[in-house]
Structures are given as C-alpha cells and as structure tokens.
Ligand binder design. Structure first.
Ligand SMILES: [Ca+2]
Ligand SMILES: [Ca+2]
Ligand SMILES: [Zn+2]
Length: 442
C-alpha cells in the first residue's frame, strides 16, 4: 500500500510536469490561433487604406471600417458613384454595384441601396447604401468583397444539387409531392403553373460565421427554397455549385399564416388566420402573422392551441371570436383608411380574453399604457367581443396615436364616441350591415 502510494505520488509529479507542458503547448497553439484570427478580421477594405489617393481626394472623413463622408463640393452623383470611382472602392472589372432600391426619408435625404455583383452574380453581404441630399452624395456605408476569384460556371447542374439536398433532408413528404398543396397553391396564386417544386438561383455567399470579407471565405452556391409537408418546415439551402456540398441549411419560417375555421359566438362559422407551430408542438395557436407585426390572442395570458386548426371548443370561443373580430377590425382600418394597426405602423396587437377583474367578468378595454386589448366573458361561454366592441377598443388605440386622446375628461369622451362610430363601421365592413346599437349581440 505504501509503495503504491509513493508510485501514485510520483506519477502525480510527472503528470504535473506533463500538464504544465501541455498548458504551455495549448497557450502557444491558442496564440497562433489568435494571430490567425487577428489577421483574418483585420481585412482592411481598400477604401480605408491611406494609399488610396482617389478616395482621399473626395472624402472628408472615413470613420472606422463603416462610414465614409464625402466632400460636398465634389458633387458626387449618387447614381454614378460606383462607375466614376470604381477603383477607389476596391471594385475590379469583374464587379458591379447594382442599384436595387431608392428610399426617401422625411428629413430630405435619399438613400440608394446597392448590391455587389461579381461577373453578374449577387455577392451576399456585398452591399452599400449611399446617402444623398439634393442629388449630392454626402455619406456612404457598406461592404465590398474585394479580389474575388471564383469560377462562376457551376461544376454540377441544378438537378444534381437538388438531389444532394433531398438526400440530406430526407423528408417523409415534400410540398410538391402533395396534390392538395399543389392544387391550393395554383388556386391561391391564380396561376396554373405555380408549383412548390424548388426553384434555384446562383449566388455567392460567405461561409465564415462572422462575415469575414476576405475572398477566401466566398463560394459559388445554388440557393434553394425547400418546402416540406411532413415534417412541416421550409428551408433555405445553399449547395456548393462546384463540390455539391450542402454548406448551409436554415429554416426560413419567420412567420406563418395558416387558415383555420372557428365557431364564433355571434357570427356562425368563420375562417381566420392562425400560426402553425413546428417542433416540438406541431399545433396551431391564435397568432396571426400576416397582419402588420401580428395579432396575438390569449386566454388569461396563455396561448390557446388546437391540433387541426378547426376550433370548436366552447370554452375557447371567447378567444377565437376575439381573434377573428380583431382581424376584421384590422382589415377595415387598413382597407378603408390605409392604416396598418392602431399606431398606423404595424404595431403588434395583443388581446387577452376571459379577463376578470376582482373575480368578476370585465367587459372590454384598451389598456392605455401597455397597449393591450382586453375582453371579458359574457353569457357563460361567449365573450364581450362583438365586432362593434372590438372595433371600439381598437379605435381607442388609434385615438391614442392619432390625436393623443387619453383617458381623462373631454379627451376620453371624444375617444369613446369615435370608438362607438368606428365600431359600427367595422360591423358594417364585415357583415354588410350594422344597427348603430353598441354590443346588441351580447
Ligand atoms: Ca380542433
Ligand atoms: Ca352594433
Ligand atoms: Zn371605450
């Protein structure tokens, strides 16, 4: 036992020395790595180099690797800046900057959005925005990927690339193999040639996670949008157009508009918009992501879900009716007044239902500071949520943003009367008639 003990002790000493050497080695390697990363991330764009006489001639200041300020007296035309100063920006004869969007703002600036093309192919992330006033370029910011040298003739064809992807995704069923989905798409798009079968385009993408603009990180790829029926998902997939390697696969479901049916309280069966939740739920909730930044309806702050998007449970009726009525209200204001959501700028609409205050049913209200719409229960399984009531509450939100009408005195009285009128308008918009009696259905 004793000798064993010594042996262990010795081993430990040796181990310590080894460990120490290992740490030194690791430190050394990590240092090398640091040096490599440091070199990689300090890829200086040509516009920033002090040897770039052409750019120094026309600029007042270049701030970091981002902003460029131009001398106003140079009167640089925002339409021709990348043609006139092509080499100053580090563009080669293979590169072009394509103007794809022009936006004016309220301050009198016009913003020109440019996309870099390499031999005519989009370079993802190679973009510039040129800011001008009165036709003169004042500033610009963006990134250009310099010195690209990529063979733009793919080594593999689209079909082969798609097969690589399908083998990787290995779905039970794709959207384009489902007859009903194909039929619906043709119907919705009013186009007999519409199909879910994936289309593709060639693009150049960066494979480094932190978007390093060094040309060694750029690859020619096929970009596909793959819609999968089972298990439900939608992907953007990038396949190396030379090697066939799947370089990136991202789920592209940012929003979802599923059409469901609900048994409403006062208006019979109606269809409305819900959201499909993928893994791990695979169900639908009362969230509409196709109107502004969304309409989200809860029962006492909790999501309401349904597996087949046919909403028939009586205890969910206050929520489903509210969700539908709020969509009709949204549509009325958008289609009749060009107003998207109550703030006029897409703001998310949150509705809580079956709301109680101090243990008793509440009727309906707009929480002024939280901008939350609340609806109580009525007659057991119904809600305080007829179209005119929901329209009325929504109008309180409109009044807050449009006229600063709050909850006091005359301001509040005006807000109530506008709410009543617009509530009736929502009723008329949806049903084709109205009765000028508030909440007569309840
Ligand atoms: Ca159901
Ligand atoms: Ca009414
Ligand atoms: Zn009111």
């Amino acid at each position: 036992m004793k000798s064993n003990y010594v042996f262990i002790k010795k081993l430990k000493k040796q181990d310590c020395q080894r460990l120490f050497r290992l740490i030194l080695l690791l430190l050394y390697i990590s240092n090398i790595n640091n040096i490599i990363t440091a070199q990689d991330t300090t890829e200086i764009p040509f516009v920033n180099k002090n040897t770039n006489k052409e750019i120094l001639e026309i600029t007042k200041a270049i701030i970091g690797l981002g902003w460029i300020e131009f001398k106003e007296e140079k009167k640089i035309n925002p339409y021709t800046i990348f043609q006139s100063y092509k080499s100053a920006f580090g563009l080669s004869q293979n590169d072009d900057m394509e103007l794809f969007k022009i936006k004016e703002d309220k301050l009198g600036f016009t913003h020109y959005h440019y996309q870099q093309l390499y031999k005519g192919i989009k370079v993802k992330g190679g973009e510039y925005i040129v800011h001008s006033r009165n036709g003169i370029t004042l500033r610009a910011n963006g990134k250009i990927v310099e010195n690209l040298s990529i063979d733009i003739i793919p080594s593999i064809d689209k079909k082969t690339a798609l097969n690589f992807i399908l083998n990787k995704i290995n779905a039970v069923q794709y959207m384009w193999d489902n007859n009903l989905e194909e039929k619906n798409l043709k119907k919705n798009k009013n186009d007999n040639n519409a199909t879910n079968y994936p289309n593709t385009e060639l693009v150049i993408i960066c494979i480094s996670d932190n978007f390093n603009i060094s040309p060694k990180y750029f690859r020619l790829v096929y970009k596909f949008n793959i819609n999968v029926k089972n298990p439900y998902n939608s992907y953007w997939v990038y396949v190396n157009a030379h090697s066939g390697e799947v370089l990136k696969q991202v789920s592209s479901i940012l929003y979802d508009c599923s059409t469901g049916t609900c048994a409403t309280s006062y208006y019979g069966s109606r269809s409305f918009t819900t959201k499909h939740r993928g893994f791990p739920n695979y169900d639908y909730i009362l969230r509409d992501e196709c109107r502004g930044d969304g309409i989200h309806t809860f029962i006492n702050g909790n999501n309401v879900d349904d597996v087949d998007n046919q909403w028939s449970l009586p205890e969910e009726r206050p929520a489903t009716t509210t969700h539908w009525a709020m969509q009709m209200t949204f549509d009325y204001f958008l289609n009749s007044h060009g107003r998207s959501s109550f703030n006029g700028n897409d703001k998310e609409i949150k509705c809580d239902t079956k709301v109680q205050v101090n243990g008793s049913d509440f009727n309906a209200g707009f929480v002024y500071d939280d901008e939350y719409f609340k609806f109580g229960q009525a007659n057991g399984d119904d809600g305080y949520n007829s179209l005119d009531v929901v329209g009325h509450e929504f109008t309180h939100g409109v009044n807050k943003f449009e006229a600063n009408l709050d909850v006091t005195g005359e301001s509040s009285a005006l807000s109530e009367s506008f709410g009543d009128i617009f509530g009736e308008m929502v009723e008329f918009y949806t049903l084709g008639n109205n009765n000028f009696i508030h909440a007569s259905e309840i």
